[in-house]
Design a protein around this ligand. Structure first.
Ligand code: SF4
Ligand code: SF4
Length: 109
């Protein structure tokens, strides 16, 4: 089965749980901690995502969920100054010479 990966922007999540109910593999749950808006955000358990995209299409908060359908195909890594660690990266659609960190989704300059 394909291995996917999901990244949730915690501070943009309103904790509605729609993605959690939509996920066929049960790999999403609510965090016990609060985000800056005072919600318990959804979080990925870290393994088991199949990249189906159901969570992405269910989430009412545009841009909160990013799904990588072919996680294992992303081979390139780079040091991300925001995450302060080596991360998988992919080229920006706007600036192909610039990579985007797959965890914080920021451009690496
Ligand atoms: S892409 Fe599918 S399997 Fe992965 S977290 Fe979202 S709903 Fe679950
Ligand atoms: S559907 Fe979106 S807003 Fe609702 S809990 Fe999931 S990530 Fe948060």
């Amino acid at each position: 089965m394909a291995k996917g990966h999901v990244v949730i922007r915690s501070d943009e999540c309103k904790g509605c749980e729609l993605c959690i109910h939509a996920c066929p593999t049960g790999v999403l749950s609510l965090s016990s901690s609060l985000n800056k808006m005072g919600y318990h955000p959804a979080e990925y358990k870290g393994d088991g995502c199949i990249g189906c995209g159901f969570c992405f299409y269910t989430c009412p908060e545009l841009g909160t969920i990013t799904v990588f359908k072919k996680w294992d195909d992303i081979k390139e890594t780079q040091y991300c100054p925001v995450c302060k660690k080596e991360q998988k990266v992919y080229p920006s659609a706007k600036h192909p010479e610039v990579n985007i960190c797959t965890q914080c989704l920021n451009e690496i300059r």
